[in-house]
Design a protein around this ligand. Structure first.
Ligand code: 0RA
Length: 649
């Protein structure tokens, strides 16, 4: 250990001859580890990881509020779009020297990986944060961080670069009123490929925070767009539920939601309502942190829910002859918010968004079951509506199962003889390296077919519009001929019967015109995949091709531009030269070799891989935007796609 520390000192470029005491060395080593492997601490250095920095600092302030010491949190996105300030009116981080650590509380919190525990006494319990790692991770990954603390009648200030202190903790002259902590940081561009924050992402998260912590005033100031918003919800997740219903434009089948609020040891809060929608939509949180992959709290909720409803059915003898009620039937159309607060949350999974604490499952189960049973029995009219809803779901599921089995028989055989007639398959029979282009229109399909490399590229032309599959039953979906062909060509089944290992291609590339019809088709296909074959995204199989809109000939050279901006850039580079421009009205106007050179051939083509980095956000976008202007929707999805990853494959 000691040896290692010594050699660290020699290789530390920022040491500048300064000598470090052993405690500073171990601090530097800790933060150095964060900088070396940021993914271990924030999940990755993509957009989700970048925003994690903000959540981490906000969660610290929320902790202060949860413990009753702060009532207001203000987050500011500064003009540069890359610097964020989080301010609270809590007690302020301690400024005196910690009795055993021999550094100030401020340094401890900002430079020590697990500083939370150092203060873990009666008065400070870390509740969540980035699962306990704290503000020091943000500090390590910031090119600059400034902390201001108002405490004991004075203002204190300290500044850091890449986690290392560049000033001491300095006390300003003069007295100040009140207490609180203000942290301003700018993420380090040598760590994050993109350091621009997404204002809407921050806004959403803060709004959710205000729902989950009723009574805390959360303000958001966006200096880029010059906007300010204040979130404050007296009714907490009940208000949240109302908003979710509105956003998803789904009608509840009963007016008053079931609510639960319980606190003994752990805090459990639940709001739920059955709706006309065909899927289940539960948003769950642990200590204010979204748990997109669920975990023990969700399992406990589902167990309690199912038992309560089953008991009600049995007690009143409500199950019709020949109907079998499954837990899926019980949950169909359910929209709800589950928020628990527990002492030592442990998160699992690649994105650390699944709760692992096993003791939470029985706790939630035992809180939900009796309360829900009682509620059903006390509200018989509502309960009867819910019962009817569940029986209808069971009957629809039986019909849909029959339909999906039929389609699986037709599509799942995986033998080439059953492939759709319109598919021009590739010669390679293995999946490795093979590509399926789903092309809008027969004429474009024809050119693509001629321009492709038939060894590994397959073409499936689609005619006309694809069904909008948002909130449509699987049965309806599978009656649509175009979608049937897509499913057959992919060969891996659909919905519950999907088996990704049977997917016949490595890449599924959506190729449509760069106009609003084309955008619409792409959006509909993305929706279809997202709702019914989501594993395609989690394994990164879906791409969007970007065919050029312009062909520009300058002298003997040919250039391709994907849009006006691109075109202007190319022309600007060749100022004064003679040129000729052609605009493609659609893919159908391109010659086979032009499609090949610009869109199909791996050397020159442009395409985007579609990655989903935030399921809740994607879900919201999908359900929020379907039915509105198609091109706006598409633009949003494209922007998101680009934001996550642009591949030059
Ligand atoms: C450690 C101990 C105490 C408060 C805090 C940290 C604290 C941290 C942050 C981060 C953002 N805002 C914050 N507010 C407080 C307890 C101090 C005491 O006992 O007075």
């Amino acid at each position: 250990m000691a040896k290692k520390a010594a050699s660290r000192k020699n290789t530390q470029p920022e040491s500048n001859g300064k000598s470090y005491g052993s405690s500073e060395l171990s601090v530097l080593k800790g933060l150095e580890a964060v900088r070396k492997r940021p993914g271990m601490y924030i999940g990755g250095v993509n957009s989700a990881g970048l925003h994690h920095l903000v959540w981490e600092i906000v969660d610290n302030s929320v902790d202060e509020a949860m413990n009753g010491h702060a009532s207001e949190i203000t987050v500011t996105l500064h003009k540069d779009g890359r610097t964020v300030t989080v301010a609270d009116n809590g007690r302020g981080i301690p400024v005196d020297k910690h009795p055993t650590e021999k550094i100030t509380g401020v340094e401890l919190v900002l430079c020590n990986l697990h500083a939370g525990g150092k203060f873990e006494g009666k008065n400070y319990k870390t509740s969540g944060g980035l699962h306990g790692v704290g503000a020091s991770v943000v500090n390590a990954l910031s090119k600059r961080l400034v902390v201001l603390v108002k405490r004991d009648g004075a203002q204190h200030r300290m500044e850091f670069e890449k986690g290392a202190a560049i000033t001491k903790l300095q006390k300003a002259k003069g007295a100040v009123r009140g207490t609180g902590t203000t942290i301003t940081f700018t993420p380090d561009p040598t760590i994050f490929p993109k350091t621009d924050f997404n204002s809407e992402t921050i806004r959403q998260r803060l709004e959710t925070t205000s729902f989950l912590h009723r009574g805390v005033k959360v303000a958001y100031i966006d200096e880029v767009e010059n906007k300010k918003e204040v979130f404050f919800h007296e009714n907490g997740i009940v208000d949240y539920q109302e908003q979710v219903l509105k956003q998803r434009s789904t009608r509840p089948i009963h007016e008053t939601p079931f609510t639960l609020s319980k606190e003994n040891g752990e805090r459990i809060e639940l709001v739920m309502q059955w709706t006309e929608s065909t899927d289940e939509h539960l948003r769950s949180y642990v200590n204010g942190i979204p748990t997109a992959s669920g975990g023990s709290h969700e399992n406990g909720f589902r167990a309690g829910l199912t038992k309560a409803v089953r008991n009600y059915f049995e007690m009143h003898k409500l199950v019709p002859r020949g109907v079998k009620i499954t837990h899926e039937d019980i949950r169909e159309g359910l929209v709800g918010i589950l928020s628990v607060f527990i002492a030592d949350p442990e998160f699992q999974g690649q994105t650390k968004d699944r709760l692992n604490n096993s003791e939470v499952q029985p706790a939630v189960d035992q809180a939900v079951r009796p309360a829900l049973e009682q509620w059903l029995n006390n509200n018989r009219t509502t309960a009867d509506q819910i019962v009817a809803r569940i029986i209808a779901a069971s009957r629809a599921r039986a019909a849909s199962r029959a339909a999906s089995e039929a389609i699986s028989r037709k599509t799942g055989a995986n033998s080439r003889s059953t492939l759709p007639g319109k598919l021009s398959d590739c010669l390679n029979s293995g999946r490795a390296g093979s590509e399926l282009f789903i092309v809008e229109g027969d004429s474009a399909g024809g050119s693509a077919k001629q321009g492709r490399d038939r060894n590994f590229q397959a073409i499936l032309p689609l005619r006309g519009k694809v069904l909008n599959t948002e909130s449509v039953s699987l049965k309806k979906v599978m009656e649509n001929k175009e979608l049937q062909d897509v499913v057959t060509a992919l060969g891996c089944g659909i919905g519950k019967d999907m088996d990704i290992s049977r997917l016949r291609y490595d890449r599924i590339v959506l190729l449509a015109d760069a106009d609003s019809d084309g955008h619409h088709i792409t959006t509909l296909l993305l929706t279809f995949f997202y709702r019914h074959m989501p594993a395609l995204f989690s394994e990164g199989h879906v791409y969007i091709a970007e065919p050029p809109l312009y062909k520009i000939e300058i002298g003997k050279q040919t250039f391709w531009a994907k849009d006006e901006e691109d075109r202007e850039a190319i022309l600007a580079e060749h100022e004064g030269e003679k040129y000729e421009i052609m605009r493609f009205k659609g893919l159908g106007e391109m010659m086979p070799d032009e499609i090949r050179d610009t869109t199909l051939s791996p050397e020159n083509r442009r395409m985007l891989r579609v990655e989903i980095d935030d399921h809740l956000e994607t879900d919201r976008i999908m359900s929020d935007l379907m039915g509105k202007d198609a091109s706006a929707r598409f633009k949003f999805i494209m922007e998101r796609a680009e934001e996550v990853e642009e591949l030059d494959v």
